[in-house]
Design a protein around this ligand. Sequence first.
Ligand SMILES: [Ca+2]
Ligand SMILES: [Ca+2]
Ligand SMILES: [Zn+2]
Length: 585
Amino acid sequence: MRRGRRLMTSNVLEVLMPQPRSANLPLLGARTIVAVLALLLLAAAAVPAAPGSSGRSVGAESASAAADEAALGALPAPYSGGDYLLVHASVGVEGAASYLLQAAYRGIPIYGSYLSLDRPAGSEELIPRGEPRALPEAELSALNTTPSLTESEAIAMYKAELARKLGGPIGSSPVDGDVPAPKASLVIYSFGGIAHLAYETELRFTLPELGDWVGWIDAHTGLLIDEINRISGMNAIAAASASGSTSGATSVQAAAAPIGWGKGYNGAQQSFYISSEKSTGKPTIYQLIDTTRPAAIKTLDFRKPSKSKTRPEGYEYIASTAKTFADTAAVDAHVNAKRVYLFYKNRFGRNSLDDKNMDILSFVHIDSKTMRDNAVWTGWAMYYGEATGLANGGANCTSCALDLVAHEMTHAVTQYTVGLEYRGQSGALNESISDIMASVMDSDDWEIGEDTGAASRSLADPAKYGQPASMSEYVDLPVDEKHDNGGVHVNSGIPNHAAYLTALKIDNADFGLKGRDTLGRLTYVLLRDRLLSPTASFQDARDAYIVAASRLSGLTDAQKSKLASLVSAAWQAVGIGNSTNLIDN
Ligand SMILES: [Ca+2]
Ligand SMILES: [Ca+2]
Ligand SMILES: [Zn+2]
């Protein structure tokens, strides 16, 4: 966040921002209270009380999509005027609501400039949270907001730029039916003190290597202003924001859903749904395609590209002439994808990674330099590299550890919800949310990756793997690829430890909630209700977790307020919760 600058368009808005930022959310400064009161009058006049929860009713934390839509456009001035765009509205139990707004200039969103508004259950108050990044009037007034380039010209320019950098044309091979199309949209992007009209351009591709990039192309000059590589994966240094596409209908049907068998890397016998395919004159083959649920789970062989119409993803499925499968990496990928799907479905009522029943694709056996010993969510699918073994400095397996698969696939859930930008503190939060959900799923420890033979992180003891556990140990790294996009896998230790302490404190307080389970529920509400902006800081995350504590269903008011105080104490223990510990993101 930048400080000491004037918000560009509205004096009213600047007054509404807590100044200085309040250490404790409900205890706003006197100046803010006056402003909030003024706002409440507007809110009372303009915002109808939201209906109680309705619509989707699967799972305890489901929100109402219908209510979300009803809330659109219902915000009072100044939030409904041209100075803000509504990014997301969620309305839940008892009318508790959250709105995520993005500041705009002449209708064009300002990158990284967000404001959240929360309305507590049974109330008509709108409480602002966060402070939009303010751009100086002088920077904006010089801006020509009519682009000289089209979206497709920006996409072509960014493709050319990345082709130079990666050493080959950007594309997909041979069919890659599921790689999302490029897209570009206008934003105001301030870089080095200069506001640019820019196309935020997203490119996802498989050639010359797996890629998921976002770049900001100046909409007048066509020059690349800034960019982020959003893929990292398990072995070194995952993905963020925006939507991808789901695959087309499968041409292979489950014939009475046969059950297959096979061992994973760690030797346990697994059973799973498969599909059968019968072509004339050939024996029946069985494939790792599970179509027993609305979202199909398919496991594909990256070594076997196919142009067949029956292979819409462009690759053969993992196949066997019997119902037993000997490919341990494929069995692990298939089974762990199902486990993650069922976790989100059964615990939270989420319909696959995008909540729209997208198919879950896992590509196994990738033997390229960047993918060996790696597992990544690329923005549209899971990709697993060949394992070269611990003895050779690699990993024993890449799909065998539930927590690592859960970590990668939670990057997808984050992508489809809060879309945390994969750099700096928001990137470290993206990493942390993946580690937290991985630890809720793989619930017998607080380490990440132990089933591969070499754990890589610990939420209980981040220092064990060289991570900071507190803001006093924050590692300030340059935000570039050489430095892990600003240490997203380094500083994630801080929110990770706050999450661990949250669970520990809940268990120790003995007030009818289970620590790890409640941590998962809080984190899911934070994602589902989009209580974080894409460029959120650690402080924003702490504030959002406190709001999430008031949103859990089935808790008494006393439990909710106890929970909020424990969350606050957990973040305070890692140095987050008073303004003196804020580090600029
Ligand atoms: Ca474990
Ligand atoms: Ca684990
Ligand atoms: Zn990750």
